[in-house]
Every structure is written in structure tokens, then in C-alpha cells.
Design a protein around this ligand. Structure first.
Ligand SMILES: O=C[C@H](O)[C@H](O)[C@H](O)COP(=O)(O)O
Length: 224
């Protein structure tokens, strides 16, 4: 199976996972990225049976609208029953690195407002220890150099993702060679640096369910 076929399989599995709980008032949280895009295709099949969606990025909002799915502001939607999104890396505790597509901040906010976070990923995203994928950190532009220096002190090799501006008008620093043996602690520590808006460690709010696409089928995993 190709990687795209695995992504499509987990997107279909996510829809099956939530289908029975959907109703006319349902507003579904939808993530960002190539795997989430497959989920949008699936969700569009049920658009007449739901109220709409909350998007974790402008790109996702545009794609949802193009499929005729109404997009709600998170403040109007309130607490969501479910959020479906991909990941760049995920471990056995269902802690993740996210933000390869620069959408980490809005993703983290929508995840925080959701009762259930379903992560959909192909098997290449499953790792024992997070950190091979460079950790994205969203920063206020004026704080880029300061945050970079502080990240070096924490042991990272930070690199500015030039020519990328987030949906919030900020910049991204990618951290290479970070030791992520305690994701929860590092998530908090990075957030404490002045000028950091958000970092791509999702440990305070891990996923609740992982639907992992493998050649032998979709595995349903919960946190160990
Ligand atoms: O900022 C982007 C998001 O965190 C994505 O969920 C993540 O990068 C995974 O994207 P993809 O499904 O394209 O691998």
C-alpha cells in the first residue's frame, strides 16, 4: 500500500469511529495536513448529517468550505465532542510532535477544547521516542533571536523556517537534535520562554485514540 492509501484508510476509520455519535447539531474539530485532508473528503460525505466543523487552520477552513461544510468560529462552537487530526510523530503514550505544516497553535487550541482527540496517521509516524522530527516552535517575530538563544541553552539546534508565516502572523523555529525524553516537562519549559506562542509538543493534551495505518490494516490504539 502507498502512504496515501494508508492515510485514506485511517481517514475512513476515523469517520467510522465517530459516525454513530454524529447528529444534526454536531460540530467536528478538523486538523491540518495531508492526512486531515483525507478526513475532510470522508466528512464531506456526511455533511447533510452534521451542523459543521471548526478548522485548525485557514487552509483547512478553505477546504471544508469548498466541500460545502460550514465552518464555525471556535468561540461560537464551545466544547467539541471530537477533534480529528494527524501528527508528525506519535509515541505509545499518544504524545505527539505536530506543526510540520505550521498549524500547531490553532491545533493545540482546538485539541484543548475537544472531549476526544483522534489522531490519524500512517505507520511511519509511530516512534518510541519523540524527537527525530524537528520540533516546531511558533514565536512572535520580534522574539526570534531571543527564543533561538534560549532554545540553544536547552540543548536544541534551532533553525528559522524562513519564508513561512503562520495563520497568526508569527514565525516558526524548527528545533533539531532535541532530547525529548520528558515531553511533558519540555513542553512547559519551552512555553516559559518569553516570545514563544506555542510549541509542537502535544503532551499536556495527548491524543485519546490513535488510528494507525499499516499494510495489514488500521490499528486502533489507546494510550499506554
Ligand atoms: O501543522 C501541521 C500539523 O501538525 C499536521 O497535523 C502534521 O504536520 C501532520 O501532517 P501530515 O498529515 O501532512 O503528515
Amino acid at each position: 500500500m502507498t502512504q496515501n492509501q494508508l492515510k485514506q484508510a485511517v481517514a475512513q476509520a476515523a469517520l467510522e469511529e465517530i459516525r454513530d455519535d454524529l447528529h444534526k447539531d454536531s460540530i467536528v474539530g478538523v486538523g491540518t495536513g495531508s492526512t486531515a485532508n483525507f478526513f475532510i473528503e470522508e466528512l464531506a460525505r456526511l455533511k447533510m448529517d452534521i451542523d459543521g466543523a471548526v478548522a485548525s487552520s485557514e487552509a483547512t477552513a478553505e477546504r471544508l468550505r469548498a466541500h460545502g461544510i460550514p465552518v464555525y468560529d471556535l468561540n461560537a462552537a464551545g466544547i467539541l465532542d471530537v477533534y480529528v487530526d494527524g501528527a508528525d510523530e506519535i509515541n505509545a503514550r499518544l504524545q505527539m510532535i505536530k506543526g510540520g505544516g505550521a498549524a500547531l497553535t490553532r491545533e493545540k487550541i482546538v485539541a484543548a477544547c475537544s472531549n476526544k482527540f483522534i489522531c490519524i496517521a500512517d505507520e511511519s509516524k509511530q516512534v518510541e521516542v519523540l524527537g527525530d522530527f524537528p520540533l516546531p516552535v511558533e514565536v512572535l517575530p520580534m522574539a526570534r533571536s531571543h527564543v533561538g538563544r534560549e532554545l540553544v541553552k536547552l540543548g536544541a539546534d534551532p533553525q528559522w523556517r524562513e519564508n513561512v508565516k503562520t495563520d497568526n502572523g508569527n514565525w516558526i523555529i524548527d528545533c533539531y537534535n532535541f532530547l525529548l525524553d520528558d515531553p511533558l516537562k519540555l513542553e512547559t519549559r519551552i512555553n516559559d520562554i518569553a516570545g514563544v506562542v506555542c510549541n509542537g509538543i502535544f503532551a499536556q493534551r495527548p491524543a485519546d485514540v490513535l488510528l494507525l495505518g499499516c499494510p495489514e490494516g488500521v490499528k486502533r490504539l489507546i494510550a499506554k
